[in-house]
Design a protein around this ligand. Structure first.
Ligand code: AMP
Length: 208
């Protein structure tokens, strides 16, 4: 049995067609079904649909053999203990700084709200900017509006969320896409099954 941990939401939706090309179609819809382990049309493959930030942990400990997670989450987790054989090129977006549209360019010591504490620390250090990082778990866009922070670090796709909150994107930190990650022990123990799956994904991606 192969267990694949997939980040809920946007990444899961974007991963479905890719999984389907490999014959992996969940037999239940996680939106309507309360099961945490989803069987699929392939009897040797099951899915666990979990919070994005938990995917590297499940794969690292071997609770899942494979995982699909954003590069943002993998970098923040520090996923050196995982193999990352494939860029799946799905759920593409940008990790950016953003500030109020009327705010002057950032200077001096600034406060930054984000869930990406490590990435933000490294980024501002690399820019020579003194930044106090405030960890939030959601609704980052609120922080500059209520005076909690001068700017945020968050994912931007269309930019609509920023715009709706009078914020604007400022600096690009990195381009993000979802990656396939593999548990190192599973790569050895289940080599045949995992490499067959990798080959299938590679084929699908090459044809896109
Ligand atoms: P948008 O309004 O299209 O720029 O999307 C921004 C909102 O969606 C922010 O709350 C982001 O954290 C979230 N978001 C954007 N792209 C992604 C992605 N690829 N994966 C997860 N969340 C995302």
């Amino acid at each position: 049995m192969l267990t694949i941990a997939v980040s809920k939401g946007r990444i899961y939706e974007d991963a479905l067609p890719l999984l389907a090309e490999a014959g992996i179609v969940p037999t239940d819809d996680p939106k309507t079904c309360r099961k945490l382990i989803l069987a699929t049309t392939r009897p040797d493959v099951q899915l666990v649909i979990i919070r994005a930030t938990d995917v590297p942990t499940f794969v690292e400990y071997g609770a899942a053999d494979l995982g699909i997670a954003g590069k943002d989450v993998l970098i923040e987790h520090g996923a050196e203990s995982l193999y990352e054989p494939l860029d799946l090129n799905i759920a593409c977006c940008r990790l950016m700084t953003a500030a109020h549209k009327d705010a002057p360019p950032l200077s001096g010591r600034i406060r930054v709200a984000t869930k990406y504490v490590k990435i933000a620390q490294n980024y501002f250090a690399s820019q020579g900017i003194q930044a106090e990082i405030i960890k939030l778990y959601g609704s980052m866009e609120l922080a500059p509006l209520v005076g909690l922070a001068d700017c945020i670090v968050d994912l931007v796709d269309t930019g609509n969320t920023l715009k709706a909150n009078d914020l604007e994107p400022r600096e690009l930190i990195m381009n993000i896409s979802s990656r396939l990650v593999v548990n190192k022990a599973a790569m050895k123990m289940k080599h045949e099954a995992i490499s067959a799956l990798l080959t299938q994904f590679e084929k699908t991606l090459a044809n896109r």
